[in-house]
Design a protein around this ligand. Structure first.
Ligand SMILES: [Mn+2]
Length: 236
């Protein structure tokens, strides 16, 4: 643990590893962004990193690129919880079914390697509904029964304040206030938006981290023994 008195989680999303850049001649596939996030997590002595969807830009990754990325994650030196998003869903040919995360056992893919990220040493669990195809679904359903002091939810979709008036948003993986409330989570780690922003009525701390490439930050969540949950953005 970072300190006896607290648990520190780093939350980010939408790394879009393997994306072809149309703006520059960058051919790195965003791997340096992942490395920067993980290096920040180590510097901050984080206990856990959450990647809240669209870690990969698409499911056609393979070969040496996939080996490189899985190696970076396996060598992270701390646990990583991954929620598959709408760009990298758990389809039969999903990138996650082909990735080799090594023997360290530090990479947890929700819905694949585990149903719930379980960290008894932190008295903490992380749950979330993965995208399993490209169709619409409810990203933040009823929570599983809480088994630990801390329960965090991860969801990848669009938060909406009010019901959409048209059908334009159908198929957009909507998340509503009632979903946040029902989750009862100590923190809801959201992905799908590029900007870092808090949403909802603040009774349940629910935050988009934004993509580090756009936001320039990741979310740091400090879970204090007295029950306080303190969220800040730290630069990467
Ligand atoms: Mn997305």
């Amino acid at each position: 643990m970072s300190e006896a008195s607290e648990v520190l989680i780093l939350h980010t999303s939408d790394l879009h590893l393997g994306a072809d850049s149309i703006l520059t001649d960058d051919v790195s596939g965003n791997v340096p962004v992942l490395q920067q996030v993980l290096s920040t997590a180590r510097d901050q002595q984080a206990d856990l990193v959450i990647l809240a969807g669209d870690t990969f830009d698409h499911n056609r990754q393979g070969g040496t690129f996939l080996e490189e990325v899985s190696g970076v994650m396996a060598d992270a030196g701390l646990p990583i919880v991954i929620l598959p998003g709408n760009h990298d869903p758990l389809t039969p040919d999903s990138v996650y079914r082909r990735a080799e995360f090594g023997d360290a056992g530090n990479v947890h893919v929700l819905g694949l390697t585990t149903e719930r990220g379980d960290f008894p040493e932190l008295d903490l669990e992380v749950w979330g509904r993965p995208h399993v195809d490209y169709l619409d679904m409810m990203p933040l359903p009823e929570p599983p029964e809480r088994r630990t002091r801390w329960q965090l939810a991860v969801a990848h979709g669009h938060y909406v304040e009010a019901e959409p008036e048209s059908t334009v948003l159908l198929g957009s993986w909507l998340i509503r206030q009632e979903n946040l409330t029902t989750s009862g989570a100590d923190y809801v780690a959201l992905g799908h938006w590029n900007r870092a922003v808090q949403v909802g009525d603040r009774q349940i701390p629910a935050y988009y981290s934004g993509s580090p490439s756009y936001a320039g930050t990741v979310n740091a969540i400090r879970l204090h023994n007295d029950g306080r949950v303190v969220v800040t953005q730290i630069p990467v």
